[in-house]
Design a protein around this ligand. Sequence first.
Ligand code: NAD
Length: 329
Amino acid sequence: MGKKVLITELTPFIEEEWKTLEKYATVRLAKGVTEDDLLTEVKEVDVILVVYTKITKRIMESAPRLKGIVRYGIGVDNVDVRAATEMGIYVANVPDYCIRTVAEYTFALLLALARKIILADRTVKSASWKIWTQQPAELMGVDLEGKVLGLIGMGNIGSAVAIRAKAFGMKVIAYDPYLEKDKAELLGVELVDLDALLKNSDFVTIHVPLTSETQGMIGEQELRKMKNTAYLINTSRGPIVKEDALYEALKNKWIAGAALDVYEKEPPERDNPLFKLDNTVLTPHIAWYTEEALKRLKRSVAEEAIRILNGMPPKNLVNKDVLFLSKRA
Ligand code: NAD
């Protein structure tokens, strides 16, 4: 029987990898992505390529031929990795396609906050001429040089952000209990606990994966510890920050502002109260989204799928334990 690949949702400009993959298997786009849709969709599938859709244990149980799941991206929080491991299914991600891309975007958000770029743009376009003759207080920014940047999580993206912050003359501190001290030293970053990071940073930027430990790690208690002149940036995963607490913090000026690329629920509800605030910069999960990163992503996903179809483990295997368990024939 010929091999089959299922793509759960259409990523932009998918044709190139589709053609490459079709040399090895029949490639099909899922007709629906609810759990019930997928229970039938995956029946004869060897590899699933997934963006945001949840790949649950039930879905894997209905796919007796499934050898691997490849995630278009870094975070694998939408895949039940433990269930995959137990069933001998590879889970792969693409950890390196957008490291510098997201670091650059983090700086775009940071600068937008520090220099009120969005508000300035809106003011010019609303033809409010007083800005040309006065210096409106709401458009006054802050310098980055000499300021403290606090990284929550200093893996690939956090480290790339640290390097860029140093070039701006910022002092960089980080909270990452899993990081080797040498790595922080090498980048001239001081490792601190979360409490010290929140109290001392002028900008706090989050770069941790979404896990049971990081979910809700920034709530009211943490936001109240931040300086009221400080800014929060989140380009990692929405549920790491409790949005209702963040709304209170921004409305009541416990902190000066926030930039979010990710949300507790995506897409967010249309009446999300954060949309009504002026001290926020909000973007739709596009930190990774550049021409170059997209090309790297598509190429890597296709290569991983081909490896799995050829009976090899993927290069970026997330559930390494699967190698020690019996795999699906
Ligand atoms: P990474 O695995 O290289 O680094 C994550 C770091 O977080 C590691 O150093 C780890 O030790 C640390 N960490 C884990 N648990 C922690 C905890 N409880 N407290 C503090 N630190 C902890 O990942 P990365 O490539 O740097 O990516 C980080 C996250 O960014 C991804 O997991 C993904 O969710 C997100 N991301 C978002 C976009 C976007 O478009 N917005 C794009 C790519 C990645």
